[in-house]
Structure formats: structure tokens, C-alpha cells
Design a protein around this ligand. Structure first.
Ligand code: SAM
Length: 343
């Protein structure tokens, strides 16, 4: 059943699976959740931990080596550590990562690390408490910062911060976020906003392009310029491109060596190196974040077991598009929001 690994029609090797463990979120980020909300999966349709583990076992048998738990907000799913322990035991899975808003990390960082999470990404869109609340609609910055500290104390080998950089929202504090991260040995990453949810939460005029993100960071350190840096050794070909601030001899290094990442789906897209699939909360396999089409894996799991799931995965892969069709004017994206696809 296992075969030769997962290769898509473009010859891209797929070895990375993002698993949405819930489509619910305790935050409601304004660029992610449209003001009139999104539909959630029926509770009866949500994959159990055993179903997720059974599906991941098939992915692993096909060559998937890395799994990221995401959502929605994965930490709001009860007893998430139990799922991590199940995944840890799957032969072939050698890296389990978590994307979180950090709100519950104070309580969960140590148990999640003990259960087997290797790496954590925490969303952090502002260091200003009032602005943070505005962007996240109900977020509590002090809890998130405490959560990041808890993650540091828990000893995760990699902690990254993810900031969606938006003009007029947080474009004036990219350098502050960098300095804050670097002082703590963390890697800040800046994401271009995507027109998910049919652009319902998206303002084209607020788009901040990757080049502008880099320029703004460089401008905050006079004498520094941005140079390309090596890819992240723990990630392989991921979506972030890494940069660092360089200064001429004698000028002295910028604060904390200055490494940062930019994830630029809009202006410098990385579809050619896409290595991932996404499993939704209800067991739909999305081959691309930017398209709504998906293949059900839950039905095959129950009707035909691992072989049927493997066939369905290969079928989904056969339909993986060469790339997304996001346009800067906000058209060409999916009807679904990140939380419905498995952001
Ligand atoms: N709740 C978790 C978190 O905060 O990381 C996991 C899910 S969240 C959808 C994953 C990432 O997607 C977050 O960093 C979030 O900021 C980002 N995101 C959500 N909507 C986005 C959009 N329209 N454009 C770009 N990034 C987006």
C-alpha cells in the first residue's frame, strides 16, 4: 500500500500535513474571520483523535514526515496532549509542530512539550494591548506574552512569531516586534495578508507587500540593509523566506543579529516549492489553501480503511493546482476562511 511517496502533477514532493483539530477559535482576528462570521462544522462531523491518528498513519506511510496542528485555535480542543501522544507514536512522523495564538500556552506549553510537540509558532500581531485587542477582536496581549514565556521555559527548540503585516494596522511596529523577538532569541516572521473568505475580511488598499515589509524593517536600523539568509534548517522548503540585517564593517551588528522571515503569498509567491496538504476538522483534504475543492477522507477511512484513504489522498494530489490565483485586488481566493480549511 505504501508505495513511492507523494508526488504531485508538478513534481512537487509532499511531505508535510497541516491538521486542523478544530475550526473554532477563542480569538476573532479581523483579517481572518469576516465580521458576519463563518460556518462551523457540525460537532458530529469533527474527526475524533483516533480518526486523525488513523489518517496521519496513512499519510506517514505515503511519505509525510512533518505534521502541524492548527485550526481554528488548536489549544481550545479539549485534551490536545492526548492527540499529540497518539501522533508521536506513528512511525515516520518525525516532526510535530503547533500553530497557536498563545492565549492558552501558559497552561499548555509544558504539557504539550512533554507530549511531543517539537516546534511552536505563535501569532503576535501587535505589542500594543489596545491594538492587539482590536485586531484579534477579543485577544489579551498579556496572556499571549505570558504564553510565549511559558513556551520558552518549556524548552521548545524552535519558537517563531507570526505577524500578519497590514498597512494602517501594525505597519508602524514591525521593527518593534523584531527587536522584542530578537531580545528573546525568537524568530519574527511577517505574513502578507491573503484575501481568504472571498475577500470578506480583506482590504486591498491595506496590503503590505513583502518588499515594503523588508524596507520598513531595514529603515528602523540606520546603516543596515536586508540580505537573504539561509533557509530554516528545521523546516526544509517552507513558505517563509529568511532575511537578516547586515551592516558595513565597523558599524556593529544590529540588535540580536536581526534574522526575520517573510511569508509572501501575494507578491512573491512560493507555489513552486509547495510541499503541503491540509486536513480540515471534518476530514476534508485540501490540496491548496487558496482553492475550496477538497476530497473527503473520513468516508474512505470508515468504508475501506487505509488503502481507500491512500487512494483518496493520491486522488486529491492529482488535482493539486500549480498555484493559487490570489490577486492583489482581492479576487481569486477561496470562499472559505483559513479556519475552515486548516490555516
Ligand atoms: N489560531 C492559530 C494561530 O493563531 O496560529 C492557528 C490558525 S491561524 C488561521 C494560522 C495563521 O494564519 C495565523 O498566523 C494567522 O495570523 C494567519 N492568517 C489568518 N488569516 C489570514 C489571512 N487572511 N492572511 C494571512 N494570514 C492569515
Amino acid at each position: 500500500m505504501t508505495g513511492e511517496g507523494l508526488l504531485d502533477p508538478q513534481g512537487r514532493v509532499i511531505d508535510y500535513l497541516r491538521v486542523s483539530v478544530t475550526d473554532r477559535c477563542n480569538y476573532g482576528c479581523s483579517y481572518c474571520i469576516p465580521a458576519d462570521g463563518v460556518e462551523h462544522a457540525d460537532r458530529a462531523d469533527i474527526l475524533s483523535f483516533e480518526e486523525i491518528a488513523a489518517l496521519v498513519r496513512v499519510f506517514a506511510s505515503l511519505g509525510v514526515r512533518r505534521v502541524r496542528l492548527t485550526g481554528g485555535e488548536p489549544t481550545v480542543r479539549r485534551d490536545l496532549t492526548a492527540l499529540v501522544r497518539l501522533l508521536r507514536d506513528i512511525p515516520g512522523v518525525d516532526d510535530i509542530a503547533l500553530s497557536t495564538n498563545g492565549h492558552l500556552l501558559s497552561e499548555l506549553a509544558a504539557p504539550l512539550r512533554a507530549a511531543g510537540i517539537d516546534r511552536v509558532n505563535v501569532s503576535l500581531d501587535s505589542l500594543d494591548p489596545a491594538r492587539f485587542r482590536r485586531v484579534t477582536r477579543r485577544g489579551d496581549l498579556s496572556r499571549v506574552l505570558a504564553g510565549i514565556e511559558a513556551a520558552r521555559a518549556a524548552g521548545f527548540p524552535s519558537i517563531k512569531l507570526n505577524t500578519v503585516a497590514i498597512r494602517g494596522v501594525n505597519d508602524d511596529e514591525l521593527d518593534r516586534i523584531c527587536a522584542w523577538a530578537w531580545r528573546r532569541g525568537l524568530v519574527p516572521r511577517f505574513i502578507e495578508e491573503m484575501p481568504m473568505a472571498a475577500g470578506r475580511a480583506y482590504r486591498p488598499d491595506a496590503q503590505l507587500a513583502a518588499a515594503e515589509i523588508r524596507n520598513r524593517i531595514a529603515a528602523a536600523w540606520p546603516g543596515a540593509r536586508v540580505v537573504a539568509d539561509a533557509p530554516d534548517p528545521t523546516r526544509g522548503a517552507g513558505p517563509a523566506r529568511y532575511f537578516r540585517l547586515a551592516t558595513d564593517a565597523g558599524a556593529g551588528p544590529p540588535e540580536g543579529a536581526g534574522r526575520f522571515g517573510v511569508i509572501s503569498p501575494m507578491t512573491e509567491h512560493f507555489c513552486a516549492t509547495c510541499n503541503r496538504l491540509r486536513l480540515s476538522t471534518a476530514g476534508a483534504l485540501h490540496a491548496c489553501l487558496a482553492h475550496d475543492d477538497a476530497v473527503d477522507l473520513r468516508g474512505p477511512l470508515h468504508a475501506g480503511g487505509a488503502d481507500a484513504v491512500a487512494r483518496a489522498i493520491r486522488g486529491a494530489l492529482a488535482g493539486k493546482r500549480p498555484g493559487h490565483t490570489f490577486q492583489l485586488i482581492g479576487l481569486g481566493g477561496p470562499r472559505k476562511a483559513m479556519v475552515q480549511i486548516g490555516g
